[in-house]
Design a protein. Sequence first.
Length: 559
Amino acid sequence: MSIAPAERARARREPPAKRFVKPGRAFSLGPEARASAALYLVSFLVYTAVGVQVVVRKHVVVFDGMARLSHAFFVWWNAPPKLAAIGFVWPPVATLVYLPFALVRPLATSLVAMPVIAAAFGAGLILTLDRVFRLVGMRRSLRLPLLAAFGLDPMILFYASNGMSEIVYLFFLSLGVYFFLRWYLDRAPSVLILSALFLALATLSRYEVISWAFLLIFVLIVALIRQHVSRAELEGSMLAYVAPISYGIGLWLFFNWLILGDPLFWLRHQAPGAAANGPAGQAIAVTAPGPSISAWHIASSLVQENLNLFVLAPLTLVALLVLAVRRRDVMALAIALMIGLNAFFTGLLVYVSHAESYLQLRYNMRAMPLAMIGVAWLYLRVAPRARIAVWAAALAIIVTSWPLTWNEMRTFPYQYLEQAFTRVLSTGKDQEGTASVGGYRVGIAGQKHAAAWVVGHIHGKNEILTDDAQTFSVMLLSGRPDLFWDRIDKGDEAWLDVLSNPWGRVRYMLVSSGVDDLIRAHYPAIADGTVPGFTVVHRGDGFTVVAVAPRPPQPKRPS
């Protein structure tokens, strides 16, 4: 096929087509991004340093945090390894966040993973509050002192470094509220979805957060109605908010039903009065219920506790209520209700369960980051000339309340090693073997001793039967959970079968001194060495190892 002369002439006149080259895009961080990265890094390093000193070196180990790390460790290193090791009572996200660190055996067995993961979320909380203050137009020179005062508060310092789940759910809760504030100010649907997503993660880190998520549904409805949006937009916004939360909780219900046959298993074992150690999981240990407590006593106790713990929270609540009434400010009322909901929910638990142990300090620190968000909203809504006064008042209140918080951590009767934490910071002494308010004995010497014996004497998989709900710390510190036949391995039914007929099936049993240990419940005198077929081979502080006879003992014949 020949080319026409006209086409040949046109081809000679036109320059050859240039080859398309996609221009490179240089990656660079802007000033705000660099400042945020620096803020996160400094916060992370401070919290990690405090945590390593307090948890690893001075042995102030909070066992709830250690339990979360242990079960994440079992996911990777147990025999067989499986994701179901996270359990079905405690909120799953509080354990799942440990998985990357639990994969590195030395990080987990040294307990360094506990302060590291807490510091990661503690720094995230500080960065989230920084974003909140940026959202309302507070300049950096004002934000940083306020964030430093909050981040160095003794309660925040302790829980951002001890490995507990408190700082995890506070981060997700604060991030969810931050995105809700953004939606309230600009009505972007994508931001509303992010708010719901992080509130779902917060709920799966601590179940009570669902109360805050429900509260924001009503705020969303009122805000949209006041804006006179169409019915379609109202329904779409509701769906965007409710769907992620419903999906997250629904997924957890599905897994409980699929594996345990009861979609509400987690709820039944978390409710006040639930058994502390039912055969398929571990429920929270709460002080035994006492006589009924009057509503007035509960209310007065909560007011006094919150004034001593973080006085900014009740003061901010009052200021927000005044703003809500004077300006009909829906968001001011919403934040005030979120701050107050913490005390209401705690009081309700105490009233229903008759257990004052629910007044623990950690259950009342939920209002702390919410109070900071309340300060940000006050800063935005007051007259520009009054904003510096709001900032100065908040900073002064936080700093001057440190001594009150410190004293509350030292003396309040319902706490979780806060007193031991204050002793470390004030004296620098190792807390191993000391006592702390609330009946706690500090340290892990007994667990380390038992773990060392197991590693030194047992070498085959599943040779030592144990109730992991009571001995998870020994399993973790040994670094060899595969040596233990525990309730996670093949389920409670198989484990209970071995417990009732262990002869020739396991060589040893590890028994804790706790009253909830199922081995001790089945053989009450096993640790005394008086049960036929069992021989005590190791006795330590809080733990006993018994050798199991290869054949069942013969009953004594009557003389």
